[in-house]
Design a protein around this ligand. Structure first.
Ligand SMILES: *Cc1c(COP(=O)(O)O)cnc(C)c1O
Length: 410
């Protein structure tokens, strides 16, 4: 096996008689129920297990929020609603999905640089906490409050003066469009105190997709320390401290699952001091992909099997337009293979090294590059694992005009 042909650990779903079971059923069964391919299937029990494992590990005093942008399918958000303590949304549309699911507005916060005036107004009207990302936005939020006749709830999103090391996606430290630079925050807090805006607390998110417990622990420690420093300038008590999350999942060969206990034990060790320094502040851990990423699979069907200069290509009805991240074009610097399997020959049967491509007329439409899997013929299914987050909603469905994928919760 070449380095290229290996997979990240494949332990997300049970395998019985060498068949991958999603929602307890083989994928060909599911494909019949769905009524076609390609589709995304999200496994309820896998999500519930993940939340349960987290809850067991987390200190009781830490709240768990779901970052809706990882997977905004309404059925998924509905399912998670009674299982998490709140939602973090990144647009008005996501806010609607969270409120439709029955989330109490006081447990919803909205973040994102560049909120439209109607987004600010709707958030204020709904009673959702707005994570303020610039001094200008604070003024616009106060105006939205005056126009709506409701007092806005504001948390200050901080661009920390540190970076989350080994993060797949850095979102803090240095110049960033997210949040307010830590050194500007005292001035913004002073201004907030003059406006008719209710201060809720801080949102300090330093990055995403991190598999290093050590760097997550460092970021947690730095986040608490920063919050204590900034709290001295706050116009009122800190009610809410959103410490971000950043917990990653393994996608690529050689990656290992995050050492969860190392992250949560560190949090537990920080809680006593947090009580002392910030009183009753609710500490929120905000996770997207860690809750749903491993629970999802993307299934497509082989339309053609062809050989070009000795390389086998499986041409499928799915591709980049449905699953941009698996094609390697969603922010990855070096393209690596997501775990891809033949769902009715996960480990055994005849094996071969193939490339899985989609129907688009672009060489970017590559789901797997020379990967080892069970032999698949025309009409067989191919499954891309680790597809529950940043799949369906993070892909350019209209590119080339092929039909969009379906989504099911099973
Ligand atoms: C994207 C994002 C998240 C979710 O990141 P995951 O890697 O999916 O956990 C959380 N919070 C904020 C502010 C984000 O922008």
């Amino acid at each position: 096996m070449t380095a290229n042909s290996r997979h990240a650990p494949l332990s997300q779903f049970p395998v019985e008689d060498d068949q991958l079971l999603v929602g307890g059923r083989p994928l060909p069964d599911l494909a019949e129920q769905v009524g076609g391919t390609p589709f995304y299937a999200y496994d309820r029990d896998a999500m519930a297990r993940r939340v349960h494992t987290l809850r067991e590990a987390l200190p009781k005093a830490v709240s768990l929020h779901y970052a809706v942008k990882a997977n905004p399918m309404p059925a998924v958000v509905d399912y998670l609603r009674p299982r998490v303590d709140g939602f973090d949304v990144a647009s008005l549309q996501e806010m609607r999905v969270a409120l439709d699911a029955g989330a109490p507005p006081e447990q919803v916060s909205i973040a994102g640089p560049g909120k439209r005036p109607e987004e600010l107004q709707a958030a204020v009207a709904a009673g959702v906490t707005v994570n303020v990302e610039s001094p200008g936005e604070l003024e616009r939020l106060a105006r939205a409050g005056a126009e709506t006749g409701k007092r806005p709830l504001a948390a200050v999103r901080v661009n920390p003066d540190f970076e989350l090391k080994s993060s797949g996606m850095k979102m803090s430290g240095g110049p960033k469009q997210f949040g307010i630079d830590a050194e500007q925050v005292p001035g913004v807090l002073r201004r907030l105190g003059e406006l008719d805006v209710h201060f809720r607390g801080f949102h300090i998110f330093s990055g995403s997709q991190n598999l290093s417990a050590e760097s997550i622990r460092e970021a947690q420690d730095a986040t608490f320390a920063l919050a204590y420093r900034l709290a001295e300038h706050a116009p009122g008590p800190v009610e809410l401290l959103n410490i971000g999350g950043g917990f990653g999942i393994p996608y690529f060969p050689g990656e290992q699952p995050l050492d969860l206990a190392a992250c949560t034990d560190n949090l537990a060790g920080r809680m006593a001091e947090c009580r002392r320094r910030l009183g009753d502040a609710e500490v929120v851990l905000e996770l997207g992909r860690y809750l749903v990423g491993e629970a999802g699979v993307y299934a497509c069907r082989v339309l053609d099997r062809k050989i070009s200069r000795e390389q086998i290509f499986l041409v499928t009805d799915g591709g980049l337009h449905h699953h941009l991240a698996a094609s390697g074009n969603f922010g990855q610097i070096i393209r690596k293979n997501y775990p891809v399997v033949t769902p009715d020959h996960v480990q055994g049967g005849a094996r071969e090294t193939v490339s899985v491509v989609g129907p688009l007329c672009t060489p970017l439409d590559l789901l797997a590059d020379r990967v080892e899997m069970g032999r698949a013929e025309e009409g067989d299914l191919v499954a891309v694992l680790q597809s529950g987050a940043y799949g369906y909603s993070a892909s350019p469905h209209r590119f080339l005009g092929h039909p969009p994928p379906l989504e099911v919760l099973v």
